[in-house]
Design a protein around this ligand. Structure first.
Ligand code: ME8
Length: 518
């Protein structure tokens, strides 16, 4: 396990307001970042905003303000959202910041010097909404229409600077073959390979038809294509083109987490750029699928977008931890889209958080209060099977986190809590308590329950940082920080006689609460 880790979200366009998609990717990255820090790694979690390009220019013009003013306004909104969501990003990069602009120009100078960027003429099928060119084959397959907006692709000719992507075809194919988990899920890697087999064409990387972008060095009138500008954020934030790059240790990134619609840029263009710059490639590009709403693709025109006010209503009703839980355990991490729906949210909250994560510690705490005056009783059986069960759950949790299987990691903790519930139901402590002769057995059972609940709570901390902080205090008082992972994950860390407080973690919420607030 490496000691430093780096995880990134896409940098979000400032011509849109934050919505569930942005909140989703950022939240799952935050869960992973927190898990990494919990196990003692130095994690760098990066997010930010993508502020250049004709889309931003057009939106600003439509509002009668400058592109920079629009960028400032929406970047502030994205930052406010991160703060209200309690996300623990280590930096927030904006592509209009001088630190980014200067390094992008430096990287482009290097690419011109090596000949990987050259001046040429291009003609192709252009998707104006996506600012993306398609090959003839692909355009035909798409019926000459944008797969996103449905608008007709246009035939465009430009004299531009090009990135020599075609020269990297073999090396990219080899990298995919040598690193089967470079792009995940595997189905998405196969899609990329299929598209690569159609042939790789050089990519125009400057534009002359608008000005809201980074000036191409030594090429008046040319601005850098927004995607090249944007991809480079991952290394400009780490200062890789500056002389004193203190953050070099975080590169290569462990995970670039992105939505499936922008995978081509991340899985093909970005690695080729890095190869040209002679920099190491990220370890994994994880492309998740989409949230849809009530069975339909979310769209502004359908009015079913889960926007920020909606998310804030969920947070006010169920709490921030509940939102994180739903995002990380029910989200579209695999290849199928996930349906956001209020009833499902409510059921997930009630079954997982109220009835399991909340109820189990509350039962255990209440029994220790009632039968042992709120002090942890001794376990003469030294845990019985529980230490090995907990160790196995922790080991599985670590593996799941390593491979970004967030719902798998969450399940490790949930299974332990369910086993505790089963033990309580099977051994019936309230019956045992009626006869003092049973005290040693009752002590053991409740000690084992409490020790196991504490361990489950530790595993749930990255998902539910607020309430699991309360649980850690109530069950053993182990501070979150300052205590190393090997101590925190060890079974039996709560000492005999230690106070165990009663906890009410997740209150029951009325099923109609959300509809009443909307
Ligand atoms: O594409 N479900 O920015 P963007 C899940 N600036 N995730 C979703 C989603 C949905 N319905 N909708 C959006 C850009 N997302 C570029 C990226 S990176 C160098 C440049 C998430 O504001 C998902 O992560 O359109 C997707 O990739 C991202 O938001 C797109 O954000």
């Amino acid at each position: 396990m490496s000691q430093t880790s780096c995880i990134t979200t896409p940098i979000y366009y400032v011509n849109d307001r934050p919505h569930i998609g942005h909140a989703y990717t950022s939240t799952i990255c935050d869960v992973w970042a927190r898990a990494g820090r919990l196990v003692g790694r130095e994690v760098f979690f990066l997010t930010g905003t993508d502020e250049h390009g004709s889309k931003v220019e057009k939106s600003a013009t439509a509002r009668g303000i400058s592109p920079q003013a629009l960028a400032d306004e929406n970047a502030a909104e994205f930052q406010r959202v991160l703060a209200t969501f309690g996300l623990t990003n280590d930096d927030f990069i904006r592509t209009t910041q001088p630190r980014h602009v200067g390094q992008v120009q430096e990287f482009l100078r290097r690419l011109m010097a090596t000949g990987d960027v050259y001046l040429g003429t291009f003609e192709g099928w252009y998707d104006e909404g996506q600012e993306e060119y398609h090959t003839e084959n692909k355009a035909r397959e798409l019926n000459y229409q944008s797969p996103i907006s449905g608008k007709a692709l246009v035939r465009a000719t430009e004299q531009n600077y090009y990135f020599r992507l075609s020269a990297f075809a073999d090396r990219l194919a080899k990298h995919f073959a040598d690193h089967p988990t470079f792009v995940r899920p595997t189905e998405r890697a196969n899609e990329m390979l299929g598209r690569m087999r159609d042939g790789l064409q050089d990519v125009p990387i400057t534009r002359t038809n608008f000005s809201w972008g980074i000036a191409m060095p030594d090429a008046p009138g040319h601005v850098v294509y927004v995607w090249i500008d944007a991809l480079l954020n991952y290394i400009t934030a780490l200062g890789l083109a500056t002389p004193h790059a203190e953050r070099t240790k975080y590169w290569p990134a462990d995970y670039h987490v992105v939505g499936k619609e922008i995978l081509w840029f991340h899985a093909v263009i970005w690695p080729a750029l890095l190869m040209a710059l002679k920099l190491p490639l990220p370890k994994c590009i994880y492309a998740h699928s989409f949230w849809i709403a009530d069975g339909k693709k979310m769209s502004k025109s359908l009015g079913n977008f889960v926007d920020l006010p909606t998310i804030e209503r969920y947070n006010a009703t169920y709490g921030l931890d509940a939102w994180r839980w739903y995002m990380s355990t029910q989200g579209p991490l695999g290849t199928t889209d996930a349906d956001f729906n209020g009833k499902h949210f409510h059921e997930t909250y009630t079954n997982d958080l109220v009835n399991t994560v909340g109820n189990c510690p509350s039962r255990v705490g209440a029994m220790i209060a009632k039968y042992f005056g709120g002090k942890l009783p001794t376990d003469a059986q030294a845990g019985g099977e529980w230490p090995s069960r907990c160790d196995a759950a922790i080991a599985k949790w670590e593996q799941c986190m390593e491979v970004f299987d967030l719902s798998g990691a969450a399940r490790c903790a949930m299974d332990l809590l369910r086993q505790v519930d089963v033990m309580i139901n099977d051994t019936e402590p309230f019956k045992l308590a009626k006869d003092p002769a049973n005290t040693p057995r009752l002590s053991s059972i409740l000690n084992q329950c409490a020790q196991t609940v504490r361990i489950a709570g530790v595993m749930l901390e990255p998902f539910l940082p607020q309430r699991m902080g309360d649980l850690a205090t109530a069950f053993g008082g182990m501070p979150n920080k300052d205590t190393n992972w090997s101590a925190r994950k060890k079974y039996g860390a709560i000492s005999d006689g230690h106070p165990i407080e009663k906890v009410a973690l997740f209150p029951r919420v009325d099923a109609t609460a959300i509809s009443q607030t909307s």
